[in-house]
Ligand binder design. Structure first.
Ligand code: VGL
Ligand code: ZN
Length: 197
């Protein structure tokens, strides 16, 4: 059984959004077309309470794209984005949500960010997605979405480490690319056994 995991195709990650990824909206039609080829489709949704600890605005004197030390390690600080209930947190309007079996929200705990769809940024707290996929008999995952070097990367590496067969369809992803983060992410995914297609 094969699942398409669609990572964070939300307004705030598309042009005009709070944390816009270049060309983020250009992948939507292709992702919609891919959905028919899979047994299951899962959409993930970055979903932060106002004042989330990953927002630079929550750390006086800090600017977006800097870092801070959290109890679980170094955290990149982002512009306020994907705030629960806002239009920025909504899926891109052209994304076909009808085909989704599951919408998995992540990053809702005020004190922990969650790039990965499997584990929060403490790298320990599970989101529950592993259990969902395994209990449905799904072993093979294709990941698409935003952003290649953060949420797609962390999700792909975690999935491969958990023993899923993982492919990242690169042409249906777009990157933030902060200080070489894209090439580091591609190296890390290859090293984890992820197929980059
Ligand atoms: C993401 C930064 C902060 C992503 C989410 O979806 O890649 N990046 N929150
Ligand atoms: Zn986020």
């Amino acid at each position: 059984m094969r699942a398409l995991i669609v990572i964070d195709i939300q307004n705030d990650f598309c042009p005009g959004g709070a944390l816009a990824v270049t060309g983020g909206d250009a992948i939507v039609a292709q992702v919609n077309d891919m959905m028919a080829q899979f047994d299951a489709v899962v959409l993930t949704q970055d979903w932060h309470p106002a004042g989330h600890s990953s927002f630079a605005s929550s750390h006086p004197g800090k600017a977006p794209f800097g870092t801070t030390e959290m109890p679980y390690g170094t955290q990149v600080l982002w512009p306020d984005h994907c705030v629960i209930g806002t239009d920025g947190a909504a899926f891109h309007p052209a994304l076909n949500g009808d085909r989704a079996d599951l919408v998995l929200r992540k990053g809702f705990r005020p004190g922990i960010d969650s790039y990965s769809a499997f584990f929060e940024n403490d790298r320990k707290t599970p989101t529950g997605l592993e259990g969902y996929l395994r209990t449905r008999g799904i072993e093979d995952l294709t990941l698409v979405g935003l952003a290649t070097d953060f949420c797609v990367n962390y999700s792909a590496v975690d999935a491969a480490t958990l023993g899923f067969r993982v492919t990242v369809a690169q042409e249906a992803c777009r990157a933030i690319d902060l200080d070489g983060s894209l090439s580091a992410a591609l190296d890390g995914m290859r090293a984890a056994g992820v197929t980059l297609a």
